[in-house]
Design a protein around this ligand. Structure first.
Ligand SMILES: *Cc1c(COP(=O)(O)O)cnc(C)c1O
Length: 361
């Protein structure tokens, strides 16, 4: 068996020890005589899995007691609609910062439900940085203020949160959840598709402050109603059972093998630094994101020559570094180096890039 270094933006690498544990338990989960894939979600044995996943998430992320954790489906993209459906219920207004493609999609979706305002955007600079904010643009009566904390496609991340006063801050954390500690109490809602840093695709995690659980907009489907999902402990219907189980294994890995999110962050910063340091010293490659906005999860870079970029992607793939092609909308390269990417993978990639530079510089 040989495994590649997989730099996919999502679905992406999972820790090898987690995959091994899942494989070992595949046919018979803890003496139940069943695979987790085959279990009734209402069974006692599965109940311990979903409850265990939630309590571990609460512990690892230090989620305060006045927040509900929801295990949903539909991806982060469904939250682009569920957030306005559940929160845009008072003034019918919401503010959005456009820092990339996903936040723009969220804004456009929000516009279907009410009065959404783009209070800042870095589109003119091809989203190479987090936009500067002008607080006079914020609306104090907005029902929420939406940001995307880590911009997966452009490789940028917020370093400081906007001050929104009493307006609940809502954040898409799909590509940075569990990469570092986050002060949950600063947010009204956090949401994430699990396939970047938590589990296989199929699971969407929503963390919502209890006082925001009210009557949703008229016509909201039951499946899109946070309150119904919270009251039913994510079991209104069949939850994404296997992904939740994998999420639990990943959380056990973070807690027991990594030693928590503080350690995870330290590891991720060091790992990203290896790549950024090389990019800053290279004469062939250059980083795309501006220095003060750089993500430690997604690193975007180019040579400045599209043919050479294509050659690099081809040769790196052949050498066992896969999925380095940039997003189809921006081109160039992107190395997604989520939690499960070992530092060794980044070091070997840099060694490969140095060799490529020597041959093509
Ligand atoms: C991947 C991603 C999405 C889309 O997630 P889906 O689960 O495919 O809907 C949204 N936002 C961010 C920040 C992402 O990285």
């Amino acid at each position: 068996m040989s495994r590649v270094y997989n730099f996919s933006a999502g679905p992406s690498m999972l820790p090898e020890s987690v995959l091994k544990k899942a494989a070992a338990e595949m046919l018979d989960y803890e003496g139940s005589g069943q695979s987790v894939m085959e279990m009734s979600h209402r069974s006692k044995v599965y109940d311990a899995i979903i409850k265990g996943a939630e309590s571990l998430l609460r512990e690892v992320m230090e989620i305060p007691n006045n927040y509900k954790v929801l295990f949903l489906q539909g991806g982060a993209s469904s939250q682009f609609a569920m957030v306005p459906m559940n929160l845009m219920t008072k003034s019918g207004k919401a503010d959005y910062v456009l820092s990339g493609q996903f936040s723009t999609k969220a804004y456009k979706e929000g516009c279907l439900f009410g009065d959404c305002k783009a209070v800042a955007s870095s589109k003119e600079d091809n989203f190479s940085h987090i936009p500067a904010l002008d607080k006079s643009q914020f609306r104090p009566d907005a029902d929420y203020f939406h940001i995307c904390l880590n911009n997966t496609i452009y490789g940028t991340a917020w370093k400081e949160l906007p001050e929104t006063g009493s307006v609940p801050l809502v954040a898409d954390i799909s590509s940075c959840i569990l990469s570092r500690p986050i002060d949950v109490s600063k947010f009204g809602v956090l949401y994430a598709g699990a396939q970047k840093n938590v589990a296989p695709a199929g699971l969407t995690i929503v963390i919502v402050r209890e006082d925001l659980l009210g009557e949703p907009l008229k016509g909201t489907p039951t499946m899109f109603n946070y309150k119904v999902m919270a009251e039913n402990e994510s079991m209104y219907n069949t939850p994404p059972c296997y992904s939740i189980y994998m999420c639990k294994l990943v959380l056990e890995w973070i807690k027991n093998e990594v030693g928590g999110l503080k350690n995870m962050e330290e590891r991720n910063i060091k790992k990203a630094q290896v790549l950024y340091d090389y990019l800053d010293s290279s004469k062939l490659f250059q980083a795309c994101a501006e220095k003060d906005s750089r993500s430690i999860m997604n690193v975007t870079f180019i040579t400045g020559n599209a043919d050479l970029d294509a050659k690099f992607v081809k040769e790196s793939t052949a050498a066992g570094f896969v999925n380095l092609k940039g997003h189809r909308s921006v081109g160039g390269m992107r190395a997604s180096i989520y939690n499960a990417m070992p530092t060794e993978g980044v070091e070997k990639l840099v060694a490969f890039m140095k060799e490529f530079e020597k041959n093509n510089g």
